[in-house]
Design a protein around this ligand. Structure first.
Ligand code: FNR
Length: 365
């Protein structure tokens, strides 16, 4: 299908509309949906809208350097691909296509534990810097095997998601009796031969039966004992937990509410970011995800202390709309928007983005 350059979407929202048209309702709802009333889902985006930028002028912005480092790796920009499960729902090439898109933008990709391609296949399909996201099984040896496989395939860090002791109530999935079709089987961790939809969401049933709700701080020691990969904790939104994470010796903290798919009425992540940044006090890098749809959102997150951001749904929408090219275009568009926003704010490098570039609601009270 010949596609005219000027027919391409120009922003993330247009990709979302294309994805909605391209996908079966069950798949779109799974990607787009949040927990219960979706209050946090709306807030993740709305809270960015309440932060105002304070541009500085007459700075020579003829050269903008968006590169940054994380855990010693250099990235072209502070935008990382968040772990999201089941990319074959969006495209037959699944996570392999997403990984190639990330690699071509020199962006880090975090591969979900719920990947619909095998860890080894994703690793051999591109040379992106890859991190591996983990949930912990009741049967620890299964998780340990996944960690070992990721490490031996050259994954550089482990992202332990800590906001999912049980699965949040995603009502669209329950209503749709969400099942992963065989074509989008979650290869590594969930051999789906159970297509019975009686019990509502298949993901919910899987999580209840297999994931370990007793996981606690002491298990970080266990995880450290089975891997030499640095560990980042994903799903921290309070100063208390941020301090405990640093005490536990993790290499980074990710402020996340799981794209508002877990606890409804959890804070919008951009509203929780500063609290966590203060608590961590520079000990380890702090990342944030949830609701980032524009380059200006990235700039706001960096101004409030994030080292990098992760984007989930936007890349998934790109993949659904146009496969690898769409996922790549979404990352490129966000990078392009960030570059313009930095120039217009008078920031030539990510280090020059400071707290003085934003005005939050708290500042205005
Ligand atoms: C997710 N997320 C997620 N997180 C995780 O740690 N493991 C996972 O397997 C998944 N799977 C997943 C699937 C889908 C369809 C979505 C939308 C999200 C959460 C994800 O990593 C990230 O925190 C959010 O997506 C960020 O919010 P935005 O960018 O989607 O608004």
């Amino acid at each position: 299908m010949a596609e005219m350059e000027n027919d391409l979407p120009v922003n993330v929202r247009e990709y979302q509309e294309l994805a909605k048209k391209a996908l079966p309702k069950m798949a779109y709802d799974y990607i787009n949906g949040g927990a219960e009333d979706e209050h946090t889902l709306r807030e993740n985006i709305a809270a960015y809208g309440r932060i105002i930028l304070r541009p500085r002028v007459l700075v020579d912005v003829s050269k903008i350097d968006m590169s940054t480092t994380l855990l010693g790796y250099t990235m072209a920009s502070p935008i990382i691909v968040a772990p999201t499960g089941g990319h074959k729902l969006a495209h037959p090439e699944g996570e392999k296509a997403t990984a190639r898109a990330a690699a071509s933008c020199n962006a880090v990709m975090v591969l979900s534990f719920g990947s619909s391609c095998k860890i080894e296949e994703v690793a051999s399909s591109c040379n992106a810097i890859r991190f591996y996201q983990l949930y912990v099984y009741k049967r620890r040896e299964i998780s340990a095997t996944l960690v070992r496989r990721a490490e031996s395939c050259g994954f550089k860090a482990l992202v332990l998601t800590v906001d999912t002791p049980v699965l949040g109530r995603r009502e669209a999935d329950i209503r749709n009796k969400m099942v992963f079709p065989r074509s989008a089987n979650l290869e590594d961790f969930m051999a789906i031969d159970d297509h019975d939809t009686e019990g509502g969401s298949q993901l919910e049933r899987f999580a209840r039966e297999t994931l370990d709700p007793s996981l606690s701080w002491k298990d970080i020691e266990w995880l450290k004992s089975i891997t030499s990969m640095p560990i980042l904790l994903k799903g921290i939104v309070t100063a208390e937990d941020a301090r405990r994470a640093v005490e536990a010796g993790v290499a980074g903290v990710i402020v996340s509410n799981h794209g508002a798919r877990q606890l409804d009425y959890a804070p919008a992540t951009i509203a929780a970011l500063e609290e966590v940044v203060r608590a961590v006090a520079g000990a380890v890098p702090v990342l944030v995800d949830g609701g980032i749809r524009r380059g200006t959102d990235v700039l706001k997150a960096l101004a409030l202390g994030a080292r990098a951001v992760m984007v989930g749904r936007p890349v998934f929408f790109g993949l659904a709309a146009r496969g690898e090219a769409g996922a790549r275009h979404v990352i490129e568009m966000l990078n392009g928007e960030l570059e313009v926003a930095m120039a217009l704010c008078g920031c030539r490098s990510v280090e020059e983005i400071t707290r003085s570039h934003v005005l939050t609601e708290g500042d205005r009270i």
